[in-house]
Design a protein around this ligand. Structure first.
Ligand code: PLP
Length: 373
């Protein structure tokens, strides 16, 4: 059997160990230290946000953003339905109420028209939403300009879940910097990884300082341990941050490799019953995962394709199952138009790692061609 081809494997650039060695040499084996500070500076200067806090996960970053936005029990938070559960779970941590908004066709991300309709309805009911969490799925820039305008108009905090979108931009401005807060993830399958980790970015220095405070158990300034607020253990370790500093050196290169994967699949299967998501004017996707929607004219469906490739030790994945279809979120309010359900039914994520070799890509291509014939 051939070596397994993963959907999105970690890909080290080579300099990561140097940063880790430095941490060992100086005994900074803690959730603070020079790599944490350095990684935060790298993230801020790369994204164009003024400040960044390195955290233990993207989920932790979303949780802290909600707390900083003042979200608490029974508050309404509107969020993309077409996403990974980590976008929505932190709303539940705060005992607030998620309202799930469906996608538009062009970028597959939150539909601004549905969002505004939902906001108006909830304002009429006297329950103005506290925050909106907007996801750029698969690294494709969504209608964030429109959503930012809506949030400004109604004075609602905007949190950009750019967990999958580090390196992507719209009109030259990096995703994660359009809202009041941006979050990134460095989980093992993301575009760069720290083995596990995340970050919160914002222009408001006080908010990021508060995030760091809450992430280190909310310790007041005192020689003894004194606490006036509930805190969390959400800081990134200096070892993980060392990996992150090494990964930042290759981020743009890895984005180019992922974009090349997309071009490869598109050239191979466009007009053969596979539809690919194009970038609109001004959009630059990091192509975290190459996704395709299968035509119902094909002789096989998404599951048959997935299973056949799995038999060849090739990992693929259906598109995210929308949150409004998840048993755990079925009681949530939702504004739907059928787009995310159709995408879930017919869409697939193809192997997209930046370390995929030409031989592996050809192998995948040939397996799919066999099915097409
Ligand atoms: C990965 C991911 C997260 C969560 O990040 P973790 O670092 O795994 O906690 C949040 N939102 C989206 C859309 C993701 O893909």
């Amino acid at each position: 059997m051939n070596k397994r081809i993963y959907l999105s494997a970690p890909h080290m650039g080579g300099k990561e160990l140097e940063f880790i060695h430095q941490a060992f040499d100086e005994n900074w084996i803690a959730p603070l230290g020079p790599n944490v500070n350095g990684f935060e500076q790298d993230l801020a200067s790369y994204s164009g946000a003024l400040h960044a806090a390195a955290l233990s996960s993207g989920t932790a970053a979303i949780h802290l953003a909600l707390i900083l936005a003042g979200v608490t029990t029974d508050d309404i938070v509107m969020a993309s339905s077409f996403t990974f559960s980590a976008t929505i779970n932190p709303i539940a941590y705060q005992k607030a109420k998620p309202v799930l908004i469906d996608s538009e066709e062009q970028t597959w991300n939150m539909d601004p028209v549905l969002l505004e309709e939902a906001i108006k309805k909830y304002i009429e009911k006297g329950k103005k939403p506290k925050a909106v969490i907007f996801v750029h799925l698969y690294g494709m820039p969504g209608m964030i300009d429109e959503v930012a305008d809506i949030c400004k108009k109604y004075e609602i905090t905007l949190i950009e879940d750019a967990a999958e979108a580090l390196g992507a931009s719209l009109h030259g401005k990096k995703l994660g910097t359009y809202g009041d807060y941006g979050i990134f993830s460095f989980n093992g399958n993301k575009i760069i990884t720290t083995s596990g980790g995340g970050a919160l970015v914002a222009n408001d220095e006080n908010k990021i300082a508060k995030a760091r405070f809450l992430a280190t158990q909310a310790r007041d300034v005192a020689p003894h341990y004194q606490h006036s607020e509930i805190g969390f253990n959400y800081r990134m370790s200096n070892i993980a941050a060392g990996i992150g500093r090494g990964q930042m050196l290759v981020l743009d290169e890895w984005v180019e490799k992922r974009r090349a994967n997309f071009e490869f699949y598109k050239n191979a299967f466009e007009n053969k019953g596979f539809t690919f998501l194009e970038e609109r004017e001004g959009a630059f996707s990091n192509r975290w995962l190459t996704t395709a929607v299968l035509s119902s004219d094909l002789s096989f469906n998404r599951e048959e394709l997935r299973k056949r490739l799995e038999e060849q030790n090739i990992e693929t994945r259906p598109l995210w199952k929308p949150m409004h279809l998840q048993p755990v979120f079925k009681e949530c309010g939702s504004y739907l138009n059928g787009v995310s359900e159709r995408l879930f039914e017919h869409g697939i994520c193809l192997p997209s790692g930046s370390s995929l070799s030409d031989e592996e890509k050809d192998f995948i291509k040939n397996e799919i061609i066999k099915m097409l014939n």
